[in-house]
Design a binder for this molecule. Structure first.
Ligand code: BGC
Length: 429
């Protein structure tokens, strides 16, 4: 095997300190432009019509978490003081190979939302009388005009169900609930999953302005007071749809992935960092090195490679054998692992650059106060090396301010955030 080929691929995925500082600066530029609505930003900067919770929200609410291939409906009791209790939880995948698939282009909105309404019915134990307010975490770019009205702009994460793009998702849900005689369940609020993470962390910990998802998909929101921009608008959380940031230099593998994706030219940043795509980038590289053809690697495979810390890298060799039938030796496995590490590290470094860009936007004159950055998602939580790489990137970009930022895992915030959104007073504006 020619090592130089692997070295070239690794170089293609490497971002040094200057490169991530530049990304942070250009991301900040797009935030500023987005807030001022100059038309130059590649960020959607979607208004959420919600602020931060006080921590004292109380009551029983239904939460629908619709964000990836696993759907959850949860009945939650908010107890105030950052406390809550899950009373009931119903979870189902949206795809069961050989049985059903509600996210492919053959599925339609009614089928999808009827499936969701069935789950709601289970979560309320078939109760068709008691009144429930439902908060909906819907993790796709949606244009909102108030806390209820969120219209799906475009599917991401390779979702393709027909008849949902362009629609008000809560209207589709309401109609499905009505078809099941569940008009006692009233959807009142829709938020993005990043917003849910931020609300959940703010409820439990306080002192947090940024919520982020680092999983199958990737995106970040933050609490915008409009003070640093000198604009007198009502403060609220902004869903940046940071996965759509497109001022990044891409390599030939990114380019190929983009062209072969469901939505070419969209979600450029997300396609470089999120769990849905890292394995594919890796597969393209192996194909170039060894002509393996179209083999699907997932981020779970990447995690498995990164977790092999043995001298012989036997598990890396075993994985390659399982997936591609290639017999490789330790010497080649070292390169394979180094490549996986670089793809993962690029991802972590880009994500952190966006967080730092937010900080520079919020505190243009310095004086960043100590705070948490709340993150949820399988890549952040489970992929080896990610947290270490993120921490290292924070030091490289923020230098003396690095100790002001603490990354914190907000696990399962999607449901809690949805319940909070149903409980909170919305922001008008
Ligand atoms: C969506 C975002 C979402 C993120 C994480 C992206 O594909 O566009 O709205 O927050 O995935 O789930």
């Amino acid at each position: 095997m020619e090592n130089s080929k692997f070295q070239q691929m690794i170089d293609d995925f490497t971002l040094d300190s200057d490169a991530i500082k530049e990304i942070a600066a250009s991301f900040r530029y797009d935030i500023d432009a987005g807030v001022r609505e100059t038309g130059e930003s590649s960020l959607r900067m979607l208004k959420s019509y919600i602020g931060l919770p006080t921590g004292n929200e109380k009551g029983e609410y239904l939460a629908l978490d619709f964000g990836g291939t696993n759907l959850r409906v949860v009945l939650i009791r908010l107890e105030g003081n950052g406390k809550f209790e899950v009373i009931k939880k119903v979870a189902k995948p949206l795809v069961k190979p050989g049985e059903y698939d509600f996210i492919c282009a053959d599925a339609n909105a009614d089928e999808l939302f009827d499936f969701i309404a069935d789950m709601v019915e289970k979560a309320v134990d078939g109760d068709h009388d008691k009144k429930y307010l439902l908060g909906h975490t819907f993790s796709f770019p949606s244009a909102q005009t108030n806390i209820y009205n969120a219209r799906l702009i475009i599917w991401t994460k390779e979702f393709a169900t027909k008849g949902v793009e362009g629609e008000v998702v809560n209207d589709l849900l309401k109609a499905a609930l009505a078809r099941k005689n569940l008009s006692n369940v009233e959807p009142t609020a829709v938020i993005n999953d990043t917003v849910a993470v931020l609300l959940a962390a703010a409820y439990k910990l306080g002192n947090v302005n940024v919520g982020s998802i680092y999983a199958t998909g990737h995106n970040t929101c933050y609490y915008e007071t409009y003070t640093s921009a000198g604009l007198g608008k009502p403060a609220m959380v902004i869903n940046m749809e940071s996965g759509g940031f497109n001022k990044l230099a891409i390599n030939k593998y990114d380019y190929k992935l983009d062209l072969e994706s469901e939505k070419p030219y969209e979600q450029r940043l997300e396609k470089m960092v999120s769990g849905r795509y890292m394995g594919e980038l890796f597969a393209y590289c192996l194909d170039e090195a060894w002509g393996i053809g179209k083999v699907s690697f997932t981020s779970i495979d990447i995690s498995r490679i990164l977790a092999d810390n043995s001298d012989t890298l036997n598990d890396v060799c075993a994985l390659l054998k399982e997936k591609t039938n290639l017999d490789i030796e330790t010497e080649d496995a070292v390169w394979v692992k180094a490549l996986a590490e670089t793809i993962a590290s690029r991802s972590a470094r880009i994500v952190v650059a966006t967080y730092c860009g937010i900080m520079w936007h919020l505190y243009p004159n310095g004086g960043i106060p100590k705070q948490y950055i709340a993150v949820d998602g399988s890549v952040f939580e489970k992929m080896p090396t990610i947290k270490e790489n993120m921490q290292k990137a924070i030091y490289e970009i923020m230098e003396d301010d690095a100790d002001k930022l603490e990354l914190v895992l907000e696990n399962g915030g999607s449901a809690l955030g949805a319940a909070l959104a149903a409980a909170m007073e919305p922001v008008e504006g």
